[in-house]
Design a protein around this ligand. Structure first.
Ligand code: C2O
Ligand code: CU
Length: 504
């Protein structure tokens, strides 16, 4: 009798617990999906970052960039932010291939930072990685000769352990490289008119309207926001006045990947990726970009119509749970396109764009494996004094990169633009057929990346390679390489910068 009563009570308790757990499970499952489809009021004109003024001094093109604290209106009053030459983000730098540029970076923040030129081929000491510190109140003036195909590059801080916070608060901008030999005149190219930079970032706000950079629940990728800002504008619309518009998409987010497309399923022409235009325009209805990647697309509109650039659920391929907890199941409205009643004509997108000299497997003198898992690469966390690879100047190498855990990672290499030789043993898809500097790594798929380390050698100053999910990068998922002269050995990496950082 007593036993039966005890059993009954235990049964009821177990049942209650199960119900609560199941309820919590359903709640957590559902809470991990954000959809803002058709819910964004596109009431603010898209801000277009101004072109940075420059001057010619002794034959060199000189820019000024000042990192500073300020505030920005995300539609909820003044939010404290950081920016270059302003309160949030920075101007678009633009230079022509062959020009020697100088960027005077000054730091008006109360913290040390750095400025890295993502995608740029340059000497290591100009790279702006974690060794080129700019202390508060100090300046840094890297100079290099721009020498690579026309491309949409960008710049952002790279202070070891602090990159996520600095970028999230607003330190980022675009750097466009022009080169008549690798551009196509028939593509829209009037900046701010039919050629529009789009820095896409997700933000999260706390109860006081301040930026909240706390890591998202269970995802393990850092901050995922529910509010999209494009060039800092929340709920942006773009007045389109031409038949075709070129969108230079930059995923400037800390952790989120986007799958861009349009609700009416319209197709667009993918014309460029990270390091320049493609050989051929590809007709697509979706393009995925992981953090740090860029794509140039040309969208055709009809007079008077409105449509929305939207990000769709995507296959991050980390499993049903993994994708869901890392933003892969989200739908986010990004930007409304408002076509004018009369549109200025623009030529059709040519099928052939530019020639891309193919790097050949037979040219490679070295193969190196890079396995990403945990917050490490090849089992090692970032060490400011360790050199992980020392390719020779002028040599071609193949880097075999694989994501060996169930978390979304991507892979970015400084100094070079690479080509994807194979993805999982097969030829890469069109969106990976051109110059790339960052590539998304679905788990357990090996990517063979081929690259040439041309022009610059400096045995004592490293470049970085890392996962561009900034939370992972900061946590140590980064390594260093130096380019040595033929036959050379890596030098000793001065870790004074490391100590200076530790002491700030
Ligand atoms: Cu965009 Cu090493 O970074
Ligand atoms: Cu990662």
């Amino acid at each position: 009798m007593r036993l039966r009563r005890v059993l009954a009570i235990v049964g009821v308790v177990v049942l209650l617990l199960c119900t609560v757990c199941a309820g919590a499970g359903v709640w957590i499952w559902n809470a991990q999906v954000i959809s803002t489809a058709d819910q964004v009021d596109f009431t603010r004109p898209l801000a277009v970052p101004p072109l940075a003024p420059s001057r010619m001094v002794d034959g060199r093109r000189v820019f000024d960039l000042k990192a500073q604290a300020g505030e920005h209106d995300f539609g909820r009053g003044a939010t404290p932010t950081w920016g270059f030459n302003g309160g949030f983000l920075g101007p678009t730098l633009r230079a022509v291939r062959g020009e020697q540029v100088v960027v005077n970076v000054t730091n008006a923040l109360d913290q040390t930072t750095t400025v890295h030129w993502h995608g740029m081929h340059l000497p290591a000491e100009a790279d702006g990685g974690p060794h080129q510190l700019v202390q508060p109140g100090r300046a840094w003036s890297p100079t290099w000769k721009v020498d690579q195909p026309a491309a949409t590059l960008w710049y952002h801080p790279h202070l070891h352990g602090e990159t996520a916070g600095h970028v999230y608060r607003g330190l980022a901008g675009m750097f466009l490289v022009d080169d008549p030999a690798t551009s196509v005149d028939a593509l829209p190219h009037e900046y701010g008119v039919d050629d529009i930079p789009l820095i896409v970032q997700d933000k999260k706000f706390d109860g006081d309207g301040e930026l909240d950079d706390s890591a998202s629940f269970l995802g393990g990728v850092g901050v995922l926001g529910d509010t999209v800002a494009v060039n800092g504008t929340v709920g942006p619309y773009l007045d389109v006045t031409t038949e075709r518009v070129r969108l230079r998409l930059l995923n400037g987010s800390n952790a989120r990947s986007y799958e861009f497309g349009f609700p009416d399923g319209r197709r667009f022409a993918l014309v460029g990726t990270d390091g320049g235009l493609l050989e051929a325009a590809y007709d697509l209805d979706r393009i995925m970009l992981s953090p740090g990647e860029r794509a140039e697309i040309v969208v055709t509109v009809k007079p008077g119509e409105r449509t929305v650039l939207r990000s769709y659920p995507q296959a991050l391929e980390t499993g049903l749970l993994g994708d869901r907890f890392t933003g892969g199941a989200d739908t986010l409205d990004i930007l409304q396109l408002r076509a004018a009643g009369t549109l200025a004509p623009r030529p059709a997108v040519p099928q052939r764009l530019v020639a891309i000299p193919k790097l050949n497997r037979a040219e490679a003198v070295q193969q190196r494996p890079f396995k990403l898992s945990g917050h490490a690469i090849n089992g090692k966390q970032m060490d400011m004094t360790r050199v992980d690879a020392a390719p020779e100047r002028g040599s071609v190498e193949i880097w075999k990169v694989v994501n060996n855990d169930g978390t979304p990672h991507n892979f970015h290499i400084h100094d070079v633009q690479f080509q994807v030789l194979t993805q999982g043993g097969a030829a890469p898809p069109p969106q990976l057929s051109g110059w790339k500097d960052t590539v998304y790594l679905p788990p357990n798929v090996t990517f063979e990346l081929i690259m040439r380390f041309s022009d610059y050698a400096d045995a004592d100053t490293p470049y970085m390679f890392h996962c561009h999910v900034l939370y992972h990068e900061d946590a140590g998922m980064m390594g260093q390489f130096v380019v040595v002269p033929p036959g050379g050995q890596p030098g000793v990496i001065d870790h004074a910068s490391h100590l200076a950082h530790a002491g700030h």
